[in-house]
Design a protein around this ligand. Sequence first.
Ligand code: ZN
Length: 279
Amino acid sequence: MSKPIIIRGGRLIDPRNRVDAVRDVRLEDGKVAAVSEKPLPLDGAEEIQAHGLWVTPGFIDLHAHLREPGEEGKETILTGTRAAVAGGFTAVAAMPNTRPVNDSALVTRLVRQRAAEADLARVYPVGAISKGLLGEEMAELAALRDAGCVAVTDDGRPVMSASLMRRVLVYSAPLGLPVMVHEEDLTLSAGGALTEGPRATRLGLLPIPRSAEVVMVARDLVLLEEVGGRLHVAHLSCAASVALVREAKRRGLRVTARPPRTTSPSPTRPWRAGTPTPR
Ligand SMILES: [Zn+2]
């Protein structure tokens, strides 16, 4: 049994319990044992002074590149999870675009093994949608799930084939695997560097029409409605895509998306970064 810990006087931000205030927190065996407005007695615990600091539940990074296996010069599971916990992230979802690609149980098991050795943040492997991320042949989703993958994605690569995308939704649904997608019609974006508009013109860079993203979001929502499954749209960047996702959610489709930076806080959000610390 490890020594209890008291985190003293930090700004506790706990959205689930709607707390945003200065509190003392007592931890026992890695679990929260007490939260108090008044100073907690030390009672043999180790003390961490957190005045002026935020105290939050562990963050979860849905989209991390740990690069192992294959590109250890950039990052390893050890260095990546070390960085994660240093920044307050206690869980990371590891993208499959490693070398070899995480499109097999063998690679998934290796990632989990390395994560267990590092023993820092929890690592949730995300498997590939298609073998080798080539967008041609579906990876063995059941084997990936059984080995410990929590979702599938081809990460930065769109699934250009509608029939493959449809099949992936069909197979992933009973396995409970969300499908994370990068929405970009490559025939529309080909050669482009940034979204069509004055900035692209000013910089003299080839533009990408918004439709490159929006038509793919629309396509996948149609497929989702037809065959079921769970869709998560990563890298969402156009207002028209947000409107489509919002409308699909309203109709009860199981779709989520990473919100663009400019959305205003939703009314259900219990706190906002930048609000003054309550005393
Ligand atoms: Zn990525």
